[in-house]
Design a binder for this molecule. Sequence first.
Ligand code: ADP
Ligand code: ASP
Ligand code: MG
Length: 594
Amino acid sequence: MSLIVQKFGGTSVADTDKIKAAARKAVRAHQNGHQVVMVVSAMGKNTDMLVGMAHEVCEKPKAREMDMLLSTGEQVSVALMAMAIHSLGFKAVSLTGGQIGIKTDSTHTKARIESISTERMKRLLDDGNIVIAAGFQGIDDGLNITTLGRGGSDTTAVALAAVLQADACEIYTDVDGVFTTDPRVLPEARKTHQVRYDEMLELASLGAGVMHSRSIEFAKKFDVPIHVRSSLSDSPGSLIWDQSEAPDRPVTGAAVTRDEARISLINIPDKPGVSYELFSNIANAHVTVDMIVQNAALDGNANISFTVPKDELPVTLDAVKETLDGFGQGTITSCDNVSKISVVGTGMAQQTGVANMMFESLVEANINMEMITTSEIKISALISRDDMLNALRAVHDRFDLHSKPTTVKTLDLDHFTHQRSADALEVVARLQGVGMEALFIDDINLDESQASVAVFGVPNRQGIAALIFDRIAAAGIFVDMIVQSYPIEQEAVIGFTVPKSDLDRAIEVTEAVAMELGCQKVTSRRDIDKLSVSGIGLRSHTGVAIGMFKALSNAGINIQIMNTSEVRVNVIVDGEDGGRALKCLRAAFAEAIH
Ligand code: ADP
Ligand code: ASP
Ligand code: MG
């Protein structure tokens, strides 16, 4: 008998009529011969309301008590859902996270799932029940209730689908599927038919709130396709899976992270160990850093800029000030009215000229990019918050995201089932022992094919990056990593990598355009190596970047450029250090390699 997991989000169970409608959907699937596990969120804005009440009675509520409080939202929904199903004449049993046996670590308010026991659910299903699981919660070793982080019911659903080897995992929500960008922000956004795991991982962590990003880590790790669809209709939605079909356009979606803050450190020492000290101090303050751009200044010191969530700016600044006191040099600037705009697509890994298309669209919309970072499948730019909507519209339009893709095959999502690979099943069994959300590294490798170019003294005005990368693309050169630092004293540094075989032409093109634009100087390095650590959860496990900084600084190796994504962290080091760097990274991550 096939098994379906159906998850209903807050708006889909916001009142008792909606609960009854969700109950009817589950009953219909049951009548069609499926075993059904429902995962249910708290009703409507109930979780927000509980958070508000907590802050009314206490300025800084303890995380353990927050979990005790917030988990009640889901408990209300599951009980009502079971009653609604009973009144339709069917058997149903509601269960809390603890009753299911969702074991988590003890990191209250953002606990990670360690293991899930399937016994009780299977027994109830075999007995003809619809099982109704409370989303977003679990229990730790000390029997304390934990929660998985806001939006975490998606993660509960995909995790249950993985351990129960469900035939389908349906996420019912208040939109028709995964759109090219948030349809509530940009009405011209279009529903996608299929999205790859890696794309959804990036989109979710870059602001596409439709899915909790850790749920996609589960989906990818355990090979669980997810059907995101509307709870208001029966029409098919979007399928998130590793479809093999090549996309027909470089960009699949765009997202904005609204509330970001930027911090720049100016004139800090340029030597191994500095980044490690800085970012481990910030991590100790439980802050996740993004968009790190460090560049050697011409005077032998370094500048580093990075972004953090706006709320976390004050604690980050405290940690940064303390670190700089230790260095005995350096100054700090920061700003909290910036947003990050990103485009994502596996197609861009094969195509030249994608970055400059994004940059040009922003220039045409009169928007200045304060920083740029890229990974294999995404490009992000930091912009002023006032420009956010215009920027989103500009890139969405430029990549034609409102029009229908031509080559994507339409699947019959109502009858879609997926045979999980033997590998995926083996991974479920193995990780149930060590922690289902444990860091998962599948490869650490060394790429000797790249060379780097840096443009110093880039004037702080719009259009410069667009022109440089337009010329590089016109020369048919594929650019791999791009970073643009925050302009210090009105001058930025743009760094990028190209294949060694194209370096001479890249220098020629860059020097010509740099002269035209009044940049100060172009430098290049042929003898560099790129090291990549790839896996799943590399950003949510903040320890990865720090582990890399630590391992390399212990070996006295300087990082020249770095970029991070959900599935990969890349660093560029001197070519002489490549072999040693590979060895020390393999040793540092030996335990997490699968
Ligand atoms: P639920 O309560 O069902 O979990 P959420 O509010 O968490 O629902 O997620 C659905 C919302 O995600 C939508 O209402 C939409 O505004 C937002 N969203 C953001 N980005 C996207 C996107 N790319 N596609 C679809 N919805 C998106
Ligand atoms: N109720 C929780 C929240 O609002 C979990 C969820 O809805 O996924 O964040
Ligand atoms: Mg949600």
